[in-house]
Design a binder for this molecule. Structure first.
Ligand code: NAD
Length: 441
């Protein structure tokens, strides 16, 4: 009988193992590039034909990937992409990085992962290592992927290997990238863990094994729940501080001087991106199966949405103070991405704020250095025009609303030329004059 553990480890060591990344988006593409850089031959599979064509033409579309690095890897023939699954059986290691959103009832939409796992099961062969990196609830790898793969007649841990390793990428983080961010990995069996750990150790600086895929899944959800809850806490503190006429920003700066027991989070217009507003609800959904309510998650979710409305109310009050009604007012939004210096606006608080201001009859335009137009998840266009960050535009706006604190903006000029500036991120922290025009949330 062949020892598949030994075989795949030898292929990994010799860098002969073929790696396939399914879903080459914000997570999958940097991972595919990192694998190719460390000597593996990598195939990216994506149903988005535009992304596939761009990769094969050596063109980059993810900010965290270096353009030249990607085009060199494609030129060298170690990185390519396809929009079909017909070459799956030739791959040794298959990593799943497809979306895990919420459905219309705010429950996990696992259809992307299930679709991919079903496709893998059709061509599964002995010796393959399958890894899920998409964020999910504790239990999904064992409860959904395992039975789908074993429907092929092959046995996990003997014929093929199955693991979960959460992706922890922090887009635009200049210090931590795929390579130097510690990787947690859990396997369905000890053999699965051994193989997956061996694989990641060949590309990532530090790999931490855990006892099961469920522990690895819970680790990721805990990390993101921790962020969601703490952001909600600081947002609530901000709303109270504003009532009490205390600067929440000064409080945070002062509290951060304590060398232990506190980690600073910043208030803002709400939470966004494909992780913080979504992942905790995978856990609260799972908890209900155990007749348990995750009260922190639900409260954090409510508060992080309440703060969107708080921003809108602040705009209304600020205009009112200047003798203006919100209806027919001209509001200029600065930044619509979910965080600074990224081009990703998925779940961005800007989307809810835009929606609410529009309902109230405001005329809106936006400037974002990374985004020129926006679409809803169904592909329809979000009706709001992009405007240049010009003095003329600032002057003719009744109010400028900073939603995202992108770095490459001259905030002093913004304040100098504007009538009112509502700053939801303390982007104007360092400006020297004109502070009387700023309303800091
Ligand atoms: N974006 C982040 O910062 C981040 C960080 C950590 C973890 N995650 C998790 O990683 C996963 C992927 O997120 P992302 O931000 O990279 O998403 P993304 O939308 O940027 O990329 C996903 C890709 O999968 C493709 N895809 C969808 N269904 C497919 C299918 N059936 N077959 C082939 N391709 C398919 C899409 O076309 C897309 O290109 C999610 O579970 C997310 O929660 C994301």
């Amino acid at each position: 009988m062949k020892n598949y553990v030994q075989l795949i480890k030898e292929a990994i060591k010799a860098k002969n193992a073929k790696v396939c990344v399914i879903g080459i988006g914000y997570v999958g593409l940097p991972l595919a590039v990192e694998n190719a850089k460390s000597g593996f031959n990598v195939l990216g599979i994506d149903r988005n034909i535009d992304r596939v064509n761009m990769i094969n033409a050596g063109q980059n579309y993810i900010q965290d990937v270096a353009d030249e690095e990607l085009s060199m890897l494609v030129q060298d023939g170690v990185l390519s992409a396809a929009d079909h699954f017909s070459d799956l059986s030739q791959q040794d290691i298959i990593i799943i990085c497809v979306p895990t959103p919420l459905n219309e009832y705010h429950n996990p939409d696992t259809s992307y992962v299930e679709d991919v796992a079903t496709k893998i099961s059709k061509s599964l062969r002995k010796g393959q290592l399958i890894i899920l990196e998409s964020t999910t609830y504790p239990g999904m790898t064992q409860e959904i992927i395992l039975p789908l793969l074993e429907s092929s007649g092959l046995k996990t841990g003997e014929d093929f290997f199955l693991a979960f390793s959460p992706e922890r990428v922090d887009p635009r983080n200049k210090i931590f990238s795929t390579k130097n961010t510690t990787k947690v990995v859990g396997g369905v069996t000890p053999q699965c863990l051994e193989v997956a750990r061996y694989f990641y150790s060949s590309i990532i600086s530090n790999v931490i094994p855990v006892s099961s895929t469920t522990v690895a899944e819970m680790t990721k959800i805990f990390e993101n729940t921790y962020r969601a809850v703490n952001i909600a806490l600081v947002n609530e503190l901000m709303m109270l501080c504003n009532k009490m006429n205390i600067s929440v920003w000064e409080v945070i700066d002062a509290a951060s001087t304590k060398p232990f027991g506190i980690q600073a989070f910043s208030p803002g217009p709400g939470v966004g991106g494909h992780c913080i507003p979504i992942d905790p609800f995978y856990l609260s959904w799972k908890a209900r199966q155990f007749d348990y309510r995750m009260r922190f998650i639900e409260l954090a979710g409510e508060l992080n949405i309440q703060v969107n409305q708080y921003v809108v109310d602040t705009v209304v009050k600020a205009l009112n103070k200047n003798g203006k009604a919100i209806i027919n007012s001209n509001i200029f939004l600065l930044g619509v991405a979910y965080k600074k210096d990224v081009s990703d606006y998925r779940e961005s608080p800007a989307l809810k704020i835009i929606q609410q201001l529009k309902i109230m009859g405001a005329n809106l335009v936006f400037y974002d250095p990374f985004i020129k137009s926006m679409q809803n998840p169904d592909g329809s266009t979000i009706e709001i025009d992009w405007a240049d960050l010009s003095e003329e535009q600032l002057k003719k706006s009744d109010c400028v609303l900073i939603i995202t604190d992108h770095s490459d903006i001259d905030y002093q000029t913004v304040v100098d030329k504007s009538n009112i500036v509502i700053d939801t991120r303390n982007a104007t922290k360092k400006i020297k004059h004109g502070r009387e025009k700023i309303i800091l949330i």
